[in-house]
Structures are given as C-alpha cells and as structure tokens.
Design a protein around this ligand. Structure first.
Ligand code: SAM
Ligand code: SF4
Ligand code: SF4
Length: 316
C-alpha cells in the first residue's frame, strides 16, 4: 500500500536554540479541538486515496506541547502510524514509558556530533540529556533513529556519531545536509564527498548507518533516493500553514481554510510542479539520471534560488 507522510510541527517552541534551525516563531497555534479537526481532514484524505498514513509529530520540540500525548493517542486510536521527531532532552523514564505505550514506529533523536561539537551546535548540556533520553527509550523497547544534520561545523563528526550510536544501541543512523543559504554553514562539494566516503566506509562496520539520502549512495554505487515533495509528503506547521516540504520555502495554503484536503492538494499548482519529474540539463548524460533526477532540490534551492539545477554538491 502506498504510504503517505504528514510531518506535523505541532509547536514551534523549543528548549534549545540550535545554530542551524529553520524553525521560526509562529503564532496562532491550534487549540486541541482544531487539532482533532485537522486530523479528521487528513484521515478523510488518506482513506479516500487508499493510502496508509503516517504522522510524524515534530516541532520545535513536540514534547513541549501540552496536548502532545492526547493528540498522539488520538492518531493511534484511528489506526494511523505514528513517528516522533524530538531532540530527546526531555525524555525521562516516565516519559519513555508513556511514549512506548503509544507504540510509535520510531522515535527520532538528533545528534549533531560527539559531545563537544554537538553542544557547540545544540547548547551546553544537550548531549548527555539526549543520550539519557535514547537509553530510556531503548529500555522500553522503542525503535530509536538518530538524525545527524551535517554542516561545516560538524562535517568531521561522522565517526564520532556512529560510535555513540553503536554504544547506545541505536537502530538506525541517517544523515542529511543542512539546508541553508549561509556559506558559513553549508558544505562544500569536497566536504560532502568526504562525509559520503566516510559514511560508506563506516556502514560496513556499522550496518545501522543509512546512506540513502540524495547523492549519499554514490560511493557505494547504488541509488535509492527520490524527493517526495509534492507526492507522498505534506508538512503542517503549528498555525495550520501547509508546505510541500519543510526544506523548501513554499507555503501552499492553510488547512484551516481548506474543507477538502484531497481536492486542494490535487489542484495546487506548487504541489503539481514539485511532483512533476525534474530533469536538470547538467544531468542528462549521467548514468544515474533516472534514479537520481538531480539530487536534493532543497539544498540546491537554498543556495541558488533555482529548482532546475543539478545538486550543488554533485561531484560526478
Ligand atoms: C526541526 S527539528 C524538530 C525536532 C527536534 N526539535 C530535533 O531537534 O530533532 C527536526 C530535524 O530538523 C533538522 N533541521 C533543523 N534545521 C535544519 C536545517 N536548516 N536544515 C536541515 N535540517 C534541519 C534538525 O537538526 C532535526 O534533526
Ligand atoms: S532542538 Fe530541534 S527545533 Fe529546537 S532549535 Fe534545535 S533543531 Fe530546532
Ligand atoms: S549528475 Fe545529476 S543525476 Fe547524476 S548523480 Fe549528479 S545530480 Fe544525480
């Protein structure tokens, strides 16, 4: 069955202030009955399309939302899959037990380096707290993914992050590039190539490493990335704004003003444009063309303002 993902940023509040974070202040957040109404619209959409739905609750820090457990239980009551994306720093034994009861498909915790580098990005004290959270979740049998966002500041930390994940029995480590127009943060192509090679080498020792995002598969020769923007992903911000992808700066509408999500999404010009195959000119003679279609449009768009160029970090 085709799986559709709703990435729901239920709050934009956070207890951390990471240097790379794309979250902005957001007012007009929904009260609980509105959240349930939103869920009704999403459920109607996936049922009508015959999709299996998955809602990934995120933020800001989703565990700061006063109705986090209420809305998460409601999602599960409707038989919709649940994922949770958190910084992990607020998870103690009690919280981990409550999360385990929700039976999420995974909880994703962010680690952005070994202790020193992670804390230079995420703030003092954030590293042991995130690991404490991971350990409590693992004790409860929850599947834990680690998300490692790679930027200039931490591009030599792959080995350190992988070793920490191994020590803490993390189920999967996936990494992706920061999306920013700040040259002090984004990776040069050489840095990206270097991280990709390191990750490919480490994956032989640590099979939990996933190198499946745009262009990360090149050192291994395989290929398995497809940008889901416009297709099987919808982003919902705390004020009801919808986006095709959190990493592309296009708001497509507000769910509070939409009565039927299916019609809205099928008729939306931005969704249609992003769903259409992209064929950057510079890629046409590449042997990976049909599988890669130009790499990460979000990373490239942030740096160039264009959707029709090949990945800014492609070294082929
Ligand atoms: C927005 S956070 C929300 C969940 C939680 N607060 C956390 O830090 O994991 C989700 C993920 O987005 C990543 N992220 C934030 N800003 C980003 C950016 N500019 N480019 C790429 N990823 C980013 C974070 O590093 C984190 O892994
Ligand atoms: S913890 Fe997550 S939401 Fe909070 S500032 Fe960091 S990346 Fe952003
Ligand atoms: S040349 Fe284009 S299609 Fe080939 S790997 Fe690079 S970005 Fe992908």
């Amino acid at each position: 069955m085709y799986r559709h993902y709703l990435q729901w940023h239920i709050t934009h509040e956070c207890n951390l202030h990471c240097i790379h974070c794309y979250q902005e202040d957001c007012h007009c957040v929904m009260v609980y009955p509105e959240m349930v109404g939103t869920l009704d619209k999403y459920e109607e959409y996936i049922r009508a399309k015959g999709f299996e739905g998955q809602i990934n609750l995120t933020g800001g820090e989703p565990l700061l939302h006063p109705d986090f457990f209420r809305i998460a239980s409601e999602i599960r009551r409707r038989g919709i899959r649940l994922g949770i994306l958190t910084n992990g720093t607020m998870i103690d034994a009690k919280e981990a037990r409550a999360i385990a009861e929700l039976k999420p498909v995974f909880v994703q915790v962010s680690l952005d380096g070994g202790e020193k580098v992670h804390e230079s990005i995420r703030g003092t004290g954030s590293f042991p707290k995130a690991l404490y959270g991971i350990d409590r979740l693992k004790e409860q049998g929850v599947k834990v993914l680690v998300s490692f966002t790679v930027m200039q500041q931490n591009c030599r930390e792959m080995k350190a992050v992988a070793a920490v994940c191994a020590r803490h029995h993390v189920d999967k480590l996936w990494w992706d590039r920061v999306v920013t127009d700040d040259p002090a943060q984004y990776l040069t192509t050489e840095q990206f190539q270097d991280v990709s090679r390191t990750a490919a080498k480490l994956a032989k020792r640590y099979p939990f490493i996933s190198n499946s995002r745009a262009l990360e598969w090149i050192p291994e020769g395989g290929c398995g990335y497809e940008c889901s923007a416009g297709k099987r992903l919808l982003i919902l911000l705390a004020n009801g704004d919808m986006m095709a992808c959190r990493r592309l700066p296009f708001v497509i509408g507000n769910i509070r003003e939409v009565s039927q999500l299916q019609t809205f999404l099928e008729e939306n010009e931005i969704m249609k444009k992003l769903a259409a195959p992209s064929f950057p000119q510079d890629c046409v003679s590449c042997k990976y063309f049909y599988k890669c279609a130009g790499g990460a449009r979000c990373v490239t768009y942030a740096q160039t303002g264009r959707l029709d160029l090949k990945d800014v970090n492609c070294y082929l």
